[in-house]
Design a protein around this ligand. Structure first.
Ligand code: ZN
Ligand code: ZN
Ligand code: FE
Length: 764
C-alpha cells in the first residue's frame, strides 16, 4: 500500500550533511518525495510502500551522520501524491519555509551561578534583583519582536555600563551576548510605594526591606514579577490570608504558595522524585502536591483541598524576598476576579489599589502577559494544567504538516491561542476566561504577539463551533481585518481529541474519550461525555452519555444542586430540596424541568459530577470552576472495588444511561453507605464506562488507540484508573501531558483539524 509521511526531525540536523543523507537513504529505499531545512530542523515529505516507509523511519535515526544529533522525530501522514522522484528543496520553498530566526525561548528560572553571585557580598551583583545570564532570566516576557536582540526587548532602555559591556563582549564570560545583562549600576531599579503618588518611595535595598517587613507584619504586597503582578502575603498567618480573600472577593479557590526551597516544600507536602524534578525544572511551575497532615499553612490558603499548589522562586527578586522571610508566601495572580493578570503599574494601582497595602514595582516593562504555569504528576507523568510562564511560547508537535500558517483561537474558558505552520505549533501563554472586556483585549494582544514572534502571517483561521464564544467573534473580526478568506469551525470535543493526538505525534484514526464541562455539539446540544472516532479533518460520534436537561444553560455549572434536580428528574426519581437552598430557587428549576423541551440538553460528564456532588451533600453551589468535581474527588475512597452497572442503549451513537448511575447513588445513600464509599464507586463506574465504550468502538472499527481528554480528566483518580484499565485490555492510551487536557489545549487541536482540512482539499 502506498502511503505518504511528513516527518519533522529536530535537533542538530542542519549544517551536518543531513539532507544529502536523507536523499541517499530515500533513494536506496525506493521512496519518493523531498527534504528541506525548516525553521527548527529538517522536514521530510516521503511516499511509497508502507513497509519501506517503516524501514526508512527505523534507519533514519540509526544511520544518521556522525555530527547529527536527533532530539525528536514527529511523523504525520497525508494523502499520497504519486511523486516519482526524490529531491532536496531549497529552504525557502518547502512548506515549512518560515521565520529565519530561531524560535523565541520561554522565561528561565534564575540559574545556580547567578544565585551564588547574588549571595556573595564581594560580587558586584550582590542582592541585585535583576541578575541574569545567558542561561537564565526573562525571555518571552521582555520580547517585543524577532529576532531576539536587546534592541527589541524591554532592556533596550537600559544602556549597559562599561563593566556590563565588557562582559557582554567577552566570549569567555557567562554573560557573553546575554541580552538581559544588567547590574545595580545600569539595570532596572526597584521601588516600593504605598500608592500611586507616594511622595516617599523606598528605593532598591530599602524597597526590598519595606516589602519584606510588610509581609512579615501580615500585610498584602503587590509584586511585579516576570509576566504579571502577584499578590503576596504570609501563608502562615490566617488573618492575612483571610483578608486577601475578602479583598480579592475570592471565596474558596485555592491560592498558590511560593516556598524558599525544596526543604520548605517537603515540610508542607509529600514530594516524590518526579515532583521534585518538576518543582526544580527551569519552567518553575506551580506544582499540585499532596499536603501533609498538619502542614503549617493558614486554613484559608486551600480550604477543603487535599493538595497545595507550590512553586519555587523563579526570579532573583523572589529569591531575595523568600530568603528574607523564611516562611511560605501566598503568591496569587494580581488581577480583579475574572480579569487577566495586571502587567503594568497604572493598571496595578487601579485594579489592585483596594487589595494591596504596598506595591513593589520596577522600571523594566512586561511586554507579554504570562501567568504562572500549573502542573502535576499523575502516575509518574507530568500533566500540565495551565501552560504559561516557563513553557510558552515553546513549540509542540502538530502531528501533521500545515501547508500554510494557521491561527487557532481556542475556546471561551482558559483560552490560549495557537499558530501552526509546517509540522510545529506555537501556543500562546494562558489568556484565561473571556467573559470580561479586559480579557478580550488580552486575547487580541496575545494574538498579536504570537503572530509577531512566529514571523508568519496566518492564512487560515480555526475557531470553535460555538458562534457566541468571544474567541469565535474575534476569529471573524480578525479574518475581516486581515482579509483571511478561509475560516474553519471545529467542534469543541473534536479539537480536544486532535490536540491529544497532535502532542503524541499520532496520525491515523483514534478513539477520543472526552469527559468535559461543556462544548457545543453538531446537533445543537451541549456535549461533554463523548466517545468520538477522529480521523483527520473529520470525526464521527460513536457514543455519548444520554442527554439530560441543563436548567439555566451555562449558569447550571455554578449550581450543582440544579444538575442534581435535572438528573433526578431524568432518572424518574423525586427531587428533594437541599436545606441550604431557598424554596423559590428550587421551585423555578422544578418548573423548568416540567418543560424539558424548552431547555438545552447536555451529555456532560462534568455536570454529572456536579449532580453527584450535590446528591452526596459534598457541594451544592460551585464557588469556582471545577469546585464540585474537585470536592467529590477529594472525598472519594478510591481503594474500594464496588462500581455501579453501566447500561447502554442504541448503536453508534450508543448512549450510556446516567439514570442508572444516579439511582444507584441514591439507593446507596439511603442504605447508609458513606459519602466516601459512594463517591469512590462513582469514580470506578466512570472508569468502567470509559472501558466499555472503547471496547464497543474497537469491536466495530478495529481502532485500539485512545486519547483520554477533556477537563474532567484533571481528576487524577479517574485518569489513572481509566488509563490502567484500558492499558490492561490492550489499548494504546494517549494522554495530554505538556498541553492541557482542559480548554487550554483546544487551540492546538483546532489548528491540527484545520491543517488536515487543508491537506485533504489539496488532494481532492
Ligand atoms: Zn544565570
Ligand atoms: Zn551594568
Ligand atoms: Fe472543553
Amino acid at each position: 500500500m502506498v502511503e505518504r509521511r511528513l516527518i519533522a526531525v529536530q535537533g542538530v540536523v542542519q549544517g551536518v550533511g543531513f539532507r544529502p543523507y536523507v536523499h541517499r537513504l530515500a533513494s536506496e529505499s525506493g521512496l519518493f518525495g523531498s527534504v528541506w531545512n525548516g525553521p527548527d530542523g529538517v522536514t521530510i515529505d516521503v511516499e511509497g510502500d508502507s513497509h519501506r516507509l517503516d524501514a526508512f523511519l527505523r534507519r533514519l535515526t540509526l544511520d544518521a551522520p556522525p555530527l547529527a544529533s536527533i532530539a525528536r522525530v514527529d511523523v504525520g501522514s497525508a494523502a499520497p501524491r504519486a511523486c516519482r522522484a526524490f529531491s532536496i528543496l531549497p529552504s525557502e520553498t518547502g512548506v515549512d519555509a518560515a521565520p529565519s530566526s530561531p524560535p523565541l525561548p520561554a522565561d528561565i528560572a534564575t540559574c545556580d551561578a547567578c544565585r551564588r553571585e547574588m549571595l556573595d557580598p564581594a560580587n558586584r551583583r550582590f542582592r541585585h534583583p535583576f541578575i541574569t545570564c545567558t542561561a537564565c532570566g526573562p525571555r518571552l516576557t521582555i520580547a517585543r519582536g524577532m529576532p531576539y536582540d536587546r534592541e527589541r526587548t524591554a532592556m533596550a532602555a537600559f544602556e549597559m555600563c562599561a563593566e556590563c559591556r565588557r562582559e557582554y563582549r567577552d566570549p569567555g564570560d557567562r554573560r557573553f551576548h546575554a541580552q538581559t545583562i544588567a547590574c545595580p549600576a545600569c539595570g532596572p531599579a526597584l521601588t516600593t510605594v504605598h500608592r500611586r503618588d507616594d511622595p516617599t518611595p523606598f528605593l532598591n535595598g530599602d524597597a526590598l526591606d519595606a516589602a519584606t517587613d510588610a509581609l512579615r507584619a501580615g500585610r498584602i504586597v503587590a509584586m511585579k514579577a516576570l509576566g504579571g503582578f502577584h499578590l503576596a502575603c504570609d501563608a502562615t498567618a490566617e488573618t492575612a490570608v483571610a483578608r486577601l480573600r475578602a479583598r480579592k472577593r475570592r471565596a474558596a479557590k485555592p491560592f498558590a504558595l511560593m516556598v524558599r526551597d525544596l526543604a520548605m516544600a517537603r515540610a508542607l507536602c509529600l514530594v516524590s522524585e518526579p515532583e521534585r524534578a518538576l518543582l526544580e525544572s527551569v519552567a518553575r511551575p506551580i506544582v499540585l502536591l499532596e499536603r501533609r497532615a498538619g502542614a503549617a499553612v493558614a486554613p484559608s490558603v486551600a480550604p477543603s483541598q487535599r493538595t497545595l499548589g507550590v512553586m519555587l522562586p523563579s526570579t532573583p527578586l523572589h529569591h531575595l524576598v523568600l530568603d528574607a522571610l523564611d516562611r511560605p508566601l501566598v503568591m496569587t495572580s494580581g488581577n480583579r476576579s475574572d480579569e487577566p493578570v495586571v502587567i503594568d503599574e497604572a493598571d496595578a494601582f487601579a485594579a489592585l489599589g483596594e487589595v494591596a497595602d504596598l506595591f513593589m514595582v520596577h522600571d523594566r516593562p512586561i511586554q507579554v502577559r504570562c501567568d504562572d504555569s500549573v502542573a502535576r504528576v499523575v502516575a509518574g507523568d507530568v500533566r500540565v494544567i495551565r501552560r504559561s510562564r516557563g513553557y510558552a511560547p515553546g513549540t509542540v508537535a502538530l502531528g501533521v504538516c500545515a501547508p500554510v500558517p494557521v491561527l487557532a483561537l481556542g475556546g471561551h474558558l482558559k483560552n490560549a491561542v495557537c499558530l501552526a505552520h509546517g509540522s510545529r505549533a506555537m501556543l500562546s501563554p494562558h489568556v484565561g476566561d473571556l467573559d470580561s472586556w479586559e480579557s478580550r483585549r488580552a486575547l487580541r494582544s496575545a494574538i498579536d504577539a504570537t503572530v509577531r514572534f512566529a514571523g508568519v502571517q496566518p492564512q487560515v483561521i480555526a475557531h470553535d463551533l460555538h458562534p457566541e464564544y468571544a474567541s469565535t467573534l474575534v476569529a471573524h473580526e480578525i479574518a475581516t481585518e486581515r482579509q483571511i478568506r478561509r475560516t474553519v469551525p471545529v467542534q469543541h470535543h473534536h479539537a480536544h481529541v486532535a490536540a491529544g493526538a497532535a502532542e503524541h505525534g499520532h496520525a491515523g484514526p483514534v478513539i477520543g474519550v472526552v469527559f468535559d464541562g461543556a462544548g457545543l455539539g453538531t446537533d445543537g446540544a451541549i456535549w461533554g461525555g463523548e466517545f468520538l472516532l477522529a480521523t483527520g479533518a473529520s470525526f464521527s460520534r460513536c457514543g455519548h452519555l444520554a442527554y439530560v436537561p441543563l436548567p439555566g444553560g451555562d449558569a447550571a455549572a455554578r449550581r450543582p444542586w440544579s444538575m442534581a434536580a435535572a438528573h433526578l428528574a431524568s432518572a424518574g426519581l423525586p427531587g428533594t430540596r437541599p436545606e441550604v437552598l431557598a424554596e423559590r430557587e428550587w421551585d423555578i428549576v422544578q418548573q423548568l424541568l416540567t418543560r424539558p423541551r424548552a431547555i438545552p440538553r447536555t451529555s456532560s460528564v462534568g455536570r454529572l459530577f456536579d449532580a453527584v456532588a450535590s446528591l452526596l451533600g459534598v457541594c451544592h453551589v460551585s464557588r469556582f470552576e471545577g469546585d464540585a468535581a474537585m470536592a467529590l474527588e477529594a472525598v472519594a475512597d478510591v481503594r474500594g472495588a464496588r462500581a455501579y452497572e453501566v447500561t447502554f442503549t442504541g448503536d453508534f451513537p450508543f448512549e450510556a444511561d446516567p439514570g442508572a448511575i444516579v439511582r444507584a447513588v441514591v439507593e446507596d445513600r439511603e442504605r447508609g453507605r458513606s459519602v466516601a464509599e459512594v463517591a469512590g464507586a462513582f469514580h470506578r463506574t466512570l472508569r468502567d464506562l470509559v472501558v466499555a465504550g472503547c471496547a464497543r468502538i474497537r469491536e466495530a472499527t478495529g481502532v485500539a488507540t485512545v486519547v483520554l481528554t477533556g477537563g474532567v480528566f484533571m481528576n487524577a483518580a479517574l485518569l489513572s484508573a481509566a488509563h490502567v484499565a484500558l492499558a490492561s485490555r490492550g489499548f494504546r492510551v494517549l494522554i495530554p501531558g505538556m498541553v492541557p487536557c482542559n480548554d487550554g489545549g483546544i487551540a492546538l487541536g483546532q489548528a491540527r483539524v484545520a491543517a488536515h482540512a487543508l491537506l485533504e482539499d489539496a488532494c481532492a
